[in-house]
Design a protein around this ligand. Sequence first.
Ligand code: SF4
Length: 110
Amino acid sequence: MMGSGGMIVMDESTNMVDVARFFMEFCMDESCGKCIPCRVGTVQLYKLLTKISEGKASFADLKLLEELCDMVKHTSLCGLGQSAPNPVFSTLRYFRDEYLALIKQTAISS
Ligand code: SF4
């Protein structure tokens, strides 16, 4: 997502789950709180991304992340909430292996 037209360049050492988490933190902070899907949903999405990033998530958490993203996108009142899940969708689409590697790491260590 280009947003206002900015471009961020990252090399191969960047963890894309952390990138999605960074953008979700921004949306969580900027939410005005008027509608529940955005106000609560962005917080829950941020928590799930943190759990994945820290290697503590299960495959059920990944499924929940995708379902919650879909819900927040389709039920938020304005563009902020409607676009908040986009970095998660993009990173899952193009870098799903990075999510799976962190979740498999959890499965091996538990
Ligand atoms: S989607 Fe818009 S109206 Fe709803 S809480 Fe977020 S910023 Fe406010």
